[in-house]
Design a protein around this ligand. Structure first.
Ligand code: MEV
Length: 437
């Protein structure tokens, strides 16, 4: 069994790799080579990446692709996407092209409020904490004035603080529920700094509040942290067209729309389908979030909580047919930033923002919602017509060819061959074998 290591973070990169190789990898010399081949020759660029996290050993590449032809609110975009799943960018591009000829996507930010809580324990008379809060609230707000000076200048900041009793669901549990406008910043650091200051001031003031000192029962701060659940930071996107415009191959527009709406209704009713349905939406959302250096775990957590806000996990998209018009829409909470964090640090996120014409956080919310809607459209379109595997396996073909080290000529031949033949792992292996024999 391996022995615990001390001072690991202080070791140099090669010392770390050396220790790991000796301890876990049977001294395999290839381990160093594997990691080293991804080091950047540009020392400055490598240092930038090294410093993103602790104990960096190497860089982990994901493809940075682009889906062009997205007509969104009358402007044409090429959406940058970072993702490993082979069919996602192709599907997004197809959906973009499809809607380009049908009026494009419309998106609108509905609200931009973020929130965080100071979580409190208080086991005394509820009226005492209510009166204390009413008295101390202006001081709490005043106490963050330095932290929020710049944010306020730009028109954002702490919006309000409310005392919320959660005593009924958890004995002695109260919150200071704080709401924020963070403009173009995702705002995690700003919100957490404000919350920690509010908590400090609250505790300090409570120490000398008479009803607490006489009863000797004081409220105590358990923790202060932003919430990644942001249902008041909402964006909506939609596409719509006449039914006849949906006709494709051997399926009428009306028939396609009906099947499509039915597929959405199934995802709205059946959580097992809703999870996969929403996963497809997140394929598009996460890819754009990653390309722009935003926090995809925060978005994932918030979006899935929103999908179950009514007590049952359901679809994030909706579709309807009304008066001969098909409408397909998405409404999701998104807390995003176009300044701060990785957004201005990583050369590729900088590139992504330039490609997107330097959007504000609100504009980015609209683009991300569209990426999710487009991805869902592409998936449902395939599912209710050809089935998903046709497109998936076509894109997966290159992965299988790379697994068997196919040469460029073999790849070319295989792509041509599988244009008219069904792709499966065994069929590709058999084809390459036959080519090689
Ligand atoms: C695969 O990554 C995503 C899909 O499964 C989504 C869906 O089923 O709607 C195709």
């Amino acid at each position: 069994m391996a022995k615990p290591v001390t001072g690991f973070s202080k070791k140099t990169k090669t010392e770390k790799i050396d220790w790991l190789t000796k301890t876990y990898l049977s001294n395999n010399p290839e381990a160093l080579q594997t990691l080293q081949q991804y080091w950047n020759e540009d020392q400055k660029l490598q240092k930038l990446h090294d410093d993103f996290i602790e104990n960096t050993l190497s860089n982990y590449y994901l493809p940075f692709g682009v889906a062009p032809n997205f007509l969104i609110n009358g402007n044409l975009y090429a959406l940058p996407m970072v993702i490993e799943e082979s069919s996602v960018v192709a599907a997004a591009s197809n959906a973009a092209k499809f809607w380009l000829d049908r009026g494009g996507f419309k998106a609108q930010v509905l609200s931009t409020q973020k929130n965080g809580q100071v979580h409190l324990d208080y086991f005394g008379n509820e009226q005492n904490i209510v009166s204390f809060f009413a008295e101390v609230k202006p001081k709490l707000i005043e106490s963050v004035s330095t932290i929020q000076k710049n944010m306020k200048k730009r028109g954002g900041g702490l919006l309000d603080i409310e005392l919320v009793s959660k005593n009924e669901t958890l004995n002695g549990y109260f919150q200071l529920h704080c709401t924020f406008e963070t403009l173009d910043a995702m705002g995690a650091n700003f919100i957490n700094s404000c919350l920690e200051q509010v908590a400090k001031t609250f505790e300090a003031e409570a120490d000398s509040y008479k009803p607490f000192t006489t009863t000797n029962i004081f409220p105590e701060v358990v923790m202060s942290i932003l919430s990644n659940y942001v249902p008041e930071c909402l964006v909506r996107a939609e596409v719509s067209c006449k039914l006849a415009e949906l006709a494709q191959n051997d399926i009428s527009g009306e028939n396609f729309a009906q099947k499509f709406v039915r597929a959405i209704q199934i995802a709205q009713t059946e959580p097992r389908r809703a999870v996969t349905h929403n996963k497809g939406i997140m394929n598009g959302i996460d890819a754009l979030i990653l390309a722009t250096g935003n926090d995809f775990r925060a978005v994932e957590a918030g979006v899935h909580a929103y999908a179950s806000k009514d007590g049952k996990y359901t679809s994030l998209t909706d579709a309807k047919i009304e008066n001969g018009i098909f409408t397909f829409s998405i409404k999701i909470p998104l807390a995003l930033g176009t300044v701060g964090g990785l957004t201005t640090l990583h050369p590729l996120t900088k590139f992504a923002f330039e490609l997107l014409q330097k959007p504000s956080a609100k504009e980015l919310m609209e683009l991300v919602a569209v990426a999710g809607l487009a991805q869902n459209f592409a998936a449902i379109r395939s599912l209710v017509t050809t089935g998903i595997q046709k497109g998936h396996m076509k894109m997966h073909l290159m992965n299988i060819l790379n697994q068997v080290d196919a040469s460029e000529i073999e790849k070319k031949k295989a792509v041509a061959h599988f244009n008219d033949n069904t792709v499966s792992h065994s069929a590709v292996i058999a084809y390459i074998k036959q080519l090689r024999s």
